[in-house]
Design a protein. Structure first.
Length: 300
């Protein structure tokens, strides 16, 4: 699995495989720019260079990172049966990843942030909405990568398994969004989290992004409990969802305890929700991601 464990053992065949993988990766990553323009209905050059639309840049950066993360799950560094097999495998997984990332964006727009016109907000340079958009894309990519590393081979069962993991991820991201909305409303006299994001509150966006990415990381960690069985997709899907929910609850509890200890004496809700304290939001984001990573490390 590790092509570069020892550079002295690189063979012409492995070097060729590396070149094939990298060429396909560069092509797919380059395509992200044009796909982002099509999705937004804008000229990417105008948005990035002439209008200096930072929000569009952040959103596009999430797409680039997402595709890159997915590709790390399809590029193994091992010699395939043939160069054509290697190219087809990497390209197929890469294209599937791009499609699922796009589908994940649609689900996030229509279900999770159903009160926000994401395209319009990003066009009007709403950085808060762009940050959440990028985080949701990265979260989706993390789970897709986990599934690609979990499955074996490339066939119909593999595609079903990837779709199953994708469904689990999107379900949990929507659940997390609803929970965060309820918590925000209770702490702010019924105010709407989505309206606050539309208002451009970057601190809220950072904190919410931390919860989205950390949720994806525990979904990834849940895969360590499951053994890939091509004919047991339904049981795998249910098991993955249940384990992910349990781990998400554990992460949330540990996160609250750690936050109270780390930020003792600070009214975090008031600072982030009402004063848009980006520094504290960044700390909470880092804390949640760190806890998720530690839970994942314990599962390996």
């Amino acid at each position: 699995m590790n092509l570069l464990n020892n550079a002295f053992f690189l063979t012409p065949e492995l070097i060729t495989i590396l070149v094939i993988d990298l060429v396909i990766a560069v092509i797919l990553l380059s395509a992200v720019r044009y796909l982002a323009g099509l999705w937004m209905g804008v000229n990417t050059k105008d948005e990035l260079a002439h209008k200096d639309n930072y929000a569009f840049g952040i959103s596009m950066a999430g797409s680039v990172a997402g595709v890159g993360i997915v590709l790390t799950g399809s590029i193994t560094g091992e010699a395939a049966n043939s160069y054509v097999t290697e190219a087809v495998g990497v390209l197929s997984y890469g294209v599937l990843g791009i499609i699922l990332i796009k589908l994940g964006r649609i689900i996030h727009d229509k279900v999770a942030l159903n009160e926000v016109n994401k395209k319009a907000e990003i066009k009007r340079e709403n950085i808060a909405v762009a940050i959440v958009d990028a985080a949701a894309t990265i979260a989706t990519a993390i789970v897709i990568r986990a599934v690609l590393l979990w499955v074996e081979g490339l066939d119909g069962y593999t595609v079903i398994a990837v779709l199953s993991g994708f469904i689990v991820a999107q379900t949990l991201l929507v659940v997390v969004t609803r929970i965060r909305e309820n918590m925000y409303a209770k702490a702010n006299q019924g105010d709407s989290l989505q309206e606050a994001l539309q208002g451009g509150q970057v601190a809220l966006a950072l904190r919410h992004s931390g919860h989205l990415i950390s949720t994806a990381l525990v979904v990834k960690a849940a895969s360590y409990f499951l053994i890939y069985e091509p004919t047991a997709i339904v049981s795998n899907l249910i098991g993955w969802l249940v384990i992910s929910l349990i781990m998400a609850v554990v992460m949330f509890v540990i996160g609250r305890i750690a936050k109270h200890i780390l930020l003792l004496g600070i009214n975090v809700a008031e600072e982030i929700d009402q004063q848009d304290n980006i520094g504290l939001a960044a700390i909470e984001m880092a804390l949640m991601i760190t806890i998720a990573l530690m839970l994942g490390a314990l599962m390996v």
